[in-house]
Design a protein around this ligand. Structure first.
Ligand SMILES: [Fe+2]
Length: 179
């Protein structure tokens, strides 16, 4: 292995309104607040959606500057364990009235996109069993059953010459990454 593996650790977002953002992430999205305090003159809080795994996956810091329209981060994404969880998230976000809520299939992932109260784009997604060459962006109809969604995924992307089980893509890519 040339470099060794690593995993994405966390994202720290600067906020215009630290307290309102903290409330949004804990109350609307259900993050556990692991710690909160001050460091280097900024408020900062640490939060997680999986305390068994990570003390924090996201942190919020006060002190954002510039225009609200400035675009730095395209989006921040959180994996959920199943399509049932994705459906549940979609319902909760709809009830909360979040902005720009949309459901998308990327073939390899099924996604729900939305925005937080400071216009940052966020995503919940669940994996499908397949590798589909990216980028692929198509509307996802969540009114279909789980079985229908899986059938349509194979129908839509199965003719792609690169289409294969994600387990195959991972083992092939791990080999070339390690050599
Ligand atoms: Fe994404």
């Amino acid at each position: 292995m040339k470099y060794g593996t690593a995993s994405l650790g966390h994202v720290v977002l600067f906020c215009f309104d630290f307290h309102k953002m903290k409330d949004f992430y804990t109350e609307v999205l259900g993050f556990h607040l692991s710690d909160s305090g001050q460091a280097r003159g900024n408020d900062i809080c640490f939060m997680t959606l999986d305390p068994a795994r990570d003390h924090h996956m996201l942190a919020l810091a006060s002190g954002r500057t510039g225009s609200r329209e400035d675009r730095v981060i395209n989006h921040i994404s959180f994996r959920v364990p199943s399509l049932a969880d994705l459906r549940m998230r979609h319902e909760l976000l709809k009830k909360a009235g979040v902005k720009d809520l949309e459901t998308i299939t990327h073939g390899s992932w099924l996604s729900v996109y939305y925005r937080d109260i400071e216009n940052n784009r966020l995503e919940f997604f669940c994996d499908t069993p397949w590798y589909v060459q990216q980028p692929v962006v198509k509307p996802l109809d969540l009114s279909m059953s789980d079985d229908e969604i899986m059938r349509v995924t194979v129908e839509d992307f199965g003719k792609n010459p690169e289409f294969k089980p994600m387990t195959e893509w991972k083992s092939e890519t791990t080999k070339s990454f390690s050599s």
